[in-house]
Structures are given as C-alpha cells and as structure tokens.
Design a protein around this ligand. Structure first.
Ligand SMILES: [Zn+2]
Length: 324
C-alpha cells in the first residue's frame, strides 16, 4: 500500500509510509517498551552469574553484557533477551497486532538470554525458514497452506481452533515438523475440494493417520459428529455403544468408512470380507472390479475401506495380477 500513513512530511523516509515500514515502526516501539516488562527483566536477572557475567542459554558460555565492536569502534550490547518462539511466526508472517503484542509481552517461559553470536545465528535461521516457507508457498500453495494451518492449530495458542487441537494434546509428528518437504512427500498433491483430515480424530498428525478428504468425508469424522441422531434419539457414540452393546470404536470406524447411521448402529456385524490384510483372491477381486468400471468409492463401501485405500491397493497390484 502506498502513502497514506501517519503524518507524511516530517518522517525520515521521505514521507512515504509503506505497509512494511509502518509495521516495523510500530514493532520497534513496542519492542522498546518491553524493556520495562517484568518477565524480560527477570530473565536477564536469572541469567546473571557473577559481576558483569551472564550465561547464554544457547552456547552456555559466560559472557559480558557489552563487547567492543571493532567495526563500529564502540561498545555494543552482547546479551539479548530472546523470545524462544518468535514473536512473529516464521511460517505465518504478520497476522495481527494483538498477536505481536501478546508475543512481545510474553511470560518468562518463552524467554531466554542469548549472547550476540547465538542471537544472530537464531535470527539467520528464522529468516531462512521464512524464505523457504515463502518458496514452498509459491510452488505448492494449497499443500503449503494445509501444512501451515496444521502446525498453527497444534502449536499456536492464538490460532482459531487451537483449543480443539494443540489444546487437546494433538501433535504433529517429528518428521513433518522437520520440514514441509517431508509432509509433501508423505501426503502428495492435495486434490481439489479436499483438506487435511485425521482418520482417527483423537490421533496425531502423521502419515498413517492423515488423508486428503472432502468436506463430506470430514464432517463424518469430526468430534462434533460424535452425536448421532437415530430413531428420534440423539446420543453420543459412547452412549449408543452402551445402549446397543457395540464397541463405540466400531461405530466411529463404520461411520468413517461411509456407512449410513443405521448401518453403523447395527448390532450384528455387516458382512465385511476384508478387515485387515487382504488375501490374494480379495486383491484379484478388487482389481477386476475396478477394471470392470466399479468406482473406487463404491467398491470401498462394499468392502468397508476408504476409497483412497482401494486406490492404493489397485495401483499397487493392477500390473501384477495380469502378469500371473
Ligand atoms: Zn551464546
């Protein structure tokens, strides 16, 4: 955005306030104000080891609070109270002033004292993470946004829905936390009109528990959907299970597999030829059904599997069955 921000003429930057300049101006002032913020002062005190020596939380060396900078020919600050989780999430970038303020004026548990060298290195890493995330966003915008939102739901208490994810102890597996590339390698392209869905809603985000699912598939799978209406009665899955003598987990599995409510609440097991591992005959059956024009979704419902699983099996075995 061009122009238009606070009083134009008297500013040092020629009177032109870009959005970025405006943000950094406000952030700089807020940051300055944190000098009086008690947890920040406390953090500095806690790292004080002896007269004029502080312990860096990064390299654990004892360092003086200022050092002589030969380039600048003067003494410069050598210690810095650092926000462990950055004030501005490297992945998300700026979101809102509320979040910036909350981040800057945080509690002691997100603060550490770093020496200049460690603090600079941390900053460089964060900038690198930010630009990598930007690059991914350009190349794989849809997948990257799923990835970013997943992390944010689980680890950013300010994000919408955190209470249902991070707040409930839902985590992202280490492999995915490590990089977007790992996530993309496991999940592949995100089909249109789908989003990231956990198969077991109480489980974590990892390769085995995630799929790209349509809104309908997801709705079937949310915790809110644990309430089921049937025969004029609304009960949660747990209660239906007790009432009918079915394991609640079977009910949710059935729903997840696309069974109707009444099918899911059937006391006797529906004929499901394939639970768990498939026999050679089962696989042949599957391959020929798909080749015969049965859709993967329909066949999946028939054998109680998700269509993506059917598709995976089909892709894996279609060539092999023919050869034999
Ligand atoms: Zn250090």
């Amino acid at each position: 955005m061009a122009g238009g921000r606070p009083s134009g003429e008297k500013t040092r930057c020629g009177g032109l306030w870009t959005e970025a300049r405006f943000k950094s101006f406000i952030k700089g002032n807020l940051r300055a104000a944190t000098r009086k913020w008690a947890p920040i002062q406390q953090c500095r005190k806690n790292a004080h080891r002896a007269r004029g020596v502080y312990e860096c939380a990064g390299c654990h060396q004892y360092v003086p609070p200022t050092i002589y900078d030969e380039d600048k020919k003067k003494r410069v600050k050598n210690i810095c109270v650092d926000h462990i989780v950055p004030v501005v999430d490297p992945d998300l970038g700026f979101t809102s002033w509320d979040e910036v303020i909350e981040g800057l004026f945080c509690e002691l548990d997100n603060l550490q004292l770093l020496c200049l060298k460690c603090h600079t290195e941390k900053g460089v890493d964060e900038v690198a993470a930010r630009s990598e995330s930007k690059a991914n966003r350009v190349l794989w915008p849809r997948e990257e946004s799923s990835y970013r939102n997943m992390k944010s739901r689980c680890y950013n208490p300010n994000s919408t829905g955190y209470e249902y994810y991070g707040g409930k102890g839902i985590k992202v597996c280490d492999r995915w936390l490590e990089s977007f590339q790992n996530f993309y390698e496991d999940m592949g392209d995100r089909p249109l009109d789908t989003s990231l869905d956990r198969i077991d809603v109480r489980g974590d985000y990892n390769k085995d528990n995630c799929r790209w699912a349509s809104p309908i598939e997801q709705a079937r799978n949310t915790t809110a959907n644990n309430f089921i209406e049937h025969d004029g009665l609304i009960l949660c899955i747990q209660e239906w299970g007790e009432k009918l003598g079915i394991k609640p987990s079977s009910i949710s599995t059935r729903l997840r597999r696309g069974w109707s409510v009444s099918e899911s609440l059937m006391v006797e097991e529906r004929e499901v030829p394939h639970r768990g591992r498939l026999s050679v005959e089962d696989i042949e059956d599957l391959v020929s059904a798909i080749e015969g024009g049965v859709t993967q979704t329909t066949y999946g419902k028939y054998i109680g599997m998700h269509s993506s699983q059917v598709s995976r099996i089909y892709d894996k075995f279609k060539g092999k069955i023919d050869e034999e």
